[in-house]
Design a protein around this ligand. Sequence first.
Ligand code: PTJ
Length: 275
Amino acid sequence: MTKWISGDGSRQPFILSIPFAPFVQVDKDHPRYRSLIIREKMSEMVDEGIVAPAGLIAHGRGEAFDYLMGEMSTANALRTERAAVACLLEAKHPVLSVNGNTAALCAREMVTLSEIIPARIEVNLFHRTEERVEKVCRYLEREGARGVLGRKADGILPGVASDRAKCTKEGILSADVVLVPIEDGDRAQALVATGKQVIAIDLNPLSRTAQVAHFTIVDEASRALGNMISMVPELKSDHQARKALVSSFSNKRNLQESVALICRRLQEIAAKGKS
Ligand code: PTJ
């Protein structure tokens, strides 16, 4: 399949070879080049059955918030990522939950993080079908994941209606810390209600997931996970630092700072527009 995305009408293609978008042609100097490539990849992942159609809407919402925050990991996000890594390393039974969007955007990063923490990976889908679960599991396994949980959902997360509650006893149900990137609010809330520590990665600091989680990383998921992977070696050997990071962390302060940052950026842009 060949697709054209041309920013300035010159129709000069740039052929890029990335998994799931092998023949996308995009002008490399298009101002939204990276974003366009990722969109192409996400829509092809819908065709593959990895991403749910509604996942594209969730992705668009994330993009909008990323845009407002300058499309970079802020100092505040980095602080939260550090505290979240400390929490994962302190956990007895940490689990990384993977849905369609997370698999499409950052399967490799999730696999690496699961190896170095170490933590189990569980595929947990909002728009659940057995076929999609299998596809996402296989996709992660192609990226090197071992012992992926989720195929045999033998547990029910209390407080969530229908198939969305399905999870595993060995994984999410018995976890003390769960990492949920790009998660929906009902499930995040249900996980919190079971007494687990919940680490969310969500670009929208106003979302229910962001508001209920104990650690809300307001950063793009693949960037956040890359940062977290680089923080593991140092924190792994420093139990005191980990304890201090976890106990001094305030998610309320973190979310206030994230919203304030968006406001500051909008004010700066508005001020520039005036001069
Ligand atoms: O694959 P499934 O079936 O489990 O479905 C996954 C989706 C994403 C469709 C489901 O979990 C969902 O509906 O999520 P929500 O309620 O739309 O919430 C997703 C949140 O993630 C929103 O607040 C987005 O702003 C945010 N988000 C989207 N993309 C990213 C993101 N946050 C971080 N990084 C992203 N790349």
